[in-house]
Ligand binder design. Structure first.
Ligand code: IDC
Length: 457
């Protein structure tokens, strides 16, 4: 069952209303609702609502609001059970956000039909009590023109979001290389032109394996290759995510000295660039969060000493699953965060293997931790098998809704389902036609190449 999607036919009347217990009689109540139109097109729009409970904790909730025009309909919503009667919209909590502590928020969203001339709903209420505070108007900025790095400049973390030079949340959408020790032929001028110009990718993740014939075999050579790709991304206006691709062994401390050597070098060399983000450990596995945190707290100061203002991404337990693949969850990070600022936590998923419970974790964790999906696949966790379209789309919709940045595994012609190009493509010169794309590549290109929505003020 797709718990994230509550489908409503356009024009439906009340469907699936949850019966709700309101707050106890004299309980303090109150809320804020932040409404943001995340994108719009002819005939429709997508909106997010962040509702924050300002009153006593609630164990169940209903959000109500009025569409400004009864012609506006919720077509498909997520992270709540949605219904609509006339212009009145009702959203009820679902398993993973039903309980809201004082000060806690739930992020919901929906696709609506027909924008109308007045796009801002009114009369937000939580369990019948009117919400005060901000209702965010849709962004009035003209669509930003220019390359992603030109529009956004130096990035930083603000709250749980990745923010641009205007201190506004943004989402970066892009692709990860495969192991650069194997697929160098895929990262030349022509393929990166296609990534920037045709795919309109915002970022390139540079996956530098440490083992498996990677960095440990030739530190200087791999450092040069990474720097070359940083420059190629910069020349095309894309962010570059430098991924220290630890995988086996899973304890990043095994590579601590290598990490210090590598990051002190690349951070010094790229300190003045605005397009670099550092990812210090791809996928810790078979290791405790405490050990990962210890590693991070030794590597981050090395980066800061050379490049003080760059965003750093920290891998998480259980192959960067926030611990879920080890039977844990995000609370171990929430309760024991890395002692550093301007950092985000990695969350990785493979859509055919990781579904509702992983999405529920991300939905929950996203209001507490800055998350960056620095790697994900549309297939199984082996990197192969069939594309799981439904799960991939549910994931991508959720990431868009939450403004979580992502990089897809892989921008390569590897002979496996996760690769974007058909085998042999990187020996040729065509990286632009649809003929060279796999099913995964076609899906990702269609998602990444849509217009960005970067605020400019
Ligand atoms: C896979 C590659 C595959 C390679 C294998 C071992 O797709 O060609 O043989 O690594 O190096 C990850 C890892 C990523 C994996 C990917 C798919 O970060 O290195 O790539 N995956 O298995 N985590 C979950 C899945």
């Amino acid at each position: 069952m797709k718990r994230l999607l509550a489908l409503l036919a356009t024009g439906a009347s009340v469907v699936g209303l949850t019966v709700l217990a309101g707050p106890p009689a004299r309980a303090a109540a109150g809320c804020t609702a932040e409404y943001t139109i995340t994108s719009q097109w002819a005939g429709g729009f997508q909106a997010g609502v962040k509702v924050t409970n300002l009153g006593d904790p609630v164990s169940d909730w209903t959000l109500g609001f009025a569409m400004p025009d009864a012609g506006q309909k919720v077509v498909q919503g997520w992270n709540a059970t949605w219904s609509q009667s006339g212009s009145t919209v009702t959203a009820g909590g679902v398993d993973w956000n039903r309980t809201l502590a004082t000060g806690a928020s739930a992020d919901l969203g929906f696709v609506g039909s027909f924008m109308g001339s007045n796009p801002v709903p009114t009369s937000f209420s939580l369990n019948g009590v009117a919400c005060t505070g901000s209702v965010t108007d849709p962004p009035t900025d003209p669509p930003a023109t220019g390359a992603p790095t030109d529009v956004n400049g130096q990035l930083h973390v603000c709250g749980v979001h990745l923010c641009n030079q205007y201190d506004r949340p943004i989402q970066l959408r892009g692709m990860s290389t495969h192991g650069i020790q194997w697929f160098g032929a895929c990262y030349g001028d022509a393929s990166l032109d296609a990534l920037a110009d045709d795919w309109k990718s915002d970022l390139l993740r540079v996956a530098m394996y440490v083992q498996e014939d990677g960095y440990e075999t030739d530190p200087d050579g791999f450092t040069r290759q990474v720097n070359r790709l940083v420059d190629m991304a910069e020349a095309r206006g894309m962010y570059a995510l430098i991924d220290f691709h630890t995988l086996t062994p899973g304890d990043p401390n095994y590579n601590l000295d290598r990490a210090k050597t590598f990051f002190s070098s690349v951070a010094a060399r790229n300190a003045n660039k605005k397009n670099v983000i550092y990812e210090i450990a791809n996928e810790p596995n078979g290791v405790s969060w405490a050990a990962v945190k210890n590693y991070a707290e030794q590597v981050i100061p090395v980066i800061r000493a050379a490049d003080p203002d760059a965003v750093v991404i920290v891998g998480t337990r259980g192959w960067s699953s926030l611990g879920v693949s080890d039977g844990a969850n995000e609370s171990e990070v929430v309760n024991n965060p890395v002692n550093a600022t301007n950092i985000m936590y990695a969350f990785h998923f493979y859509a055919a293997s990781h579904k509702d419970n992983y999405r529920a974790t991300v939905s929950r964790a996203a209001s507490q931790l800055p998350l960056f999906v620095s790697e994900f696949g549309t297939v199984s966790a082996t990197g192969g098998g069939a594309v799981d379209r439904a799960s991939s789309i549910a994931w991508l919709d959720l990431l868009d809704q939450l403004k979580i940045s992502y990089a897809n595994w892989t921008f390569s012609d590897a002979d496996e389902g996760s690769a974007a190009f058909k085998p042999g493509t990187c020996n040729g010169t065509d990286f632009s036609s649809s003929a060279v794309l796999t099913e995964s590549g076609a899906l990702l290109k269609s998602r990444i190449s849509t217009a960005d929505n970067f605020p400019t003020s």
